[in-house]
Write a protein that binds this ligand. Structure first.
Ligand code: AMP
Length: 279
């Protein structure tokens, strides 16, 4: 069945006057990771909305806004077998009729660390569009992927701090058979780069294997894997508290999160995983 496409905010309000839908916000170029969110959304609500919007506000200067893959027909075909009631696909003019909005959401300190440090303004732009989407759809649930773990923590914090009446749900990272996390940006990779990009996942596994020797050993193990791959240019690698994203000391024990970003060719890729420190 073809999924209905709604282009306007007024159209969304009319179609979804109730607050019972589950919303899956995306930038399109849909893959199985997005579809895992859709499947989870369908478990949470009978009414599933997927938004597709390449949000200019969350791209830093010099990033891939212009060439980010856009193919609505392919996205609709990918969604067709799934129980999606509507796709909300506004253009930038509909979302930002006055250009950059005068009032935006600030992601605070965490928004300026790690991913936010490399991508200035990214998280403010992301939270601003998520706040708008939550205001437009007023969903009972909103779904995000673990792959963008810092984004997920920030969205949870915004929903909590601003008393937004929606439940945030998380879906584990979907990977290719060789471990590479699925991403719309993987299509920028040529064959050699695609092979090299598995180093991100291998680094997370190496960190997990070294976790019994503590934070520093886990970081060193991950770094070793990444450094051995000349096509991978590491941006950051860190082990953080999974709830707060604060850095952790070498004597930390228990479950923590490893996060990393790297450039492979012209693609900037991120990955993450949980690991256990100590015996
Ligand atoms: P994007 O279209 O890249 O903005 O992603 C839209 C949503 O899909 C975000 O919540 C992402 O975290 C999630 N997502 C992207 N890739 C994956 C993946 N490989 N596994 C699970 N969720 C993903």
């Amino acid at each position: 069945m073809t999924v209905e496409v709604i282009r306007t905010i007024a159209g969304m309000r009319e179609r979804f006057p109730e607050t019972s839908a589950a919303l899956v916000p995306t930038m399109g170029a849909l893959h199985d990771g997005h579809l895992a969110l859709v499947r989870r959304a369908a478990e949470l609500s009978e009414r599933v909305v997927v938004s597709i919007f390449v949000n200019p506000l969350q791209f830093a200067a010099g990033e891939d806004l212009e060439r980010y893959p856009r193919d609505l027909d392919a996205d609709l075909a990918a969604l067709a077998p799934h129980p999606v009631e509507a796709v909300f696909a506004p253009d930038a003019e509909e979302m930002y009729p006055d250009g950059r909005p005068r009032i935006t959401v600030s992601a605070g300190d965490l928004g300026r660390r790690l991913e936010g440090r490399s991508r200035l303004g990214h998280f403010d732009g992301m939270l601003t569009v998520v706040a708008k989407l939550l205001g437009i759809v007023r969903p009972s649930h909103v779904l995000f992927g673990e792959k963008d773990a810092q984004q997920l923590v920030l969205v949870r914090r915004m929903v909590h701090d601003l008393d937004i009446a929606t439940l945030v749900d998380e879906v584990p990272t979907v990977r290719a058979e060789d471990g590479l996390a699925l991403s719309s940006r993987n299509r920028y990779l040529d064959a050699d780069q695609r092979r090299a990009a598995t180093a991100l996942h291998r680094a997370i596994e190496a960190a997990a294997s070294a976790g019994d020797r503590g934070t520093d050993a886990a970081l060193a193990a991950a770094e070793g894997v990444l450094k051995a791959e000349p096509l991978v240019a590491l941006d950051y690698l860190a082990i953080v508290d999974p709830e707060t994203f604060a850095g952790v000391d070498d004597d930390r024990r228990g479950v923590v999160r490893v996060v990393l970003a790297a450039r492979v060719g012209t693609a900037r890729l991120i990955d993450t995983g949980l690991l256990h420190l100590g015996r």
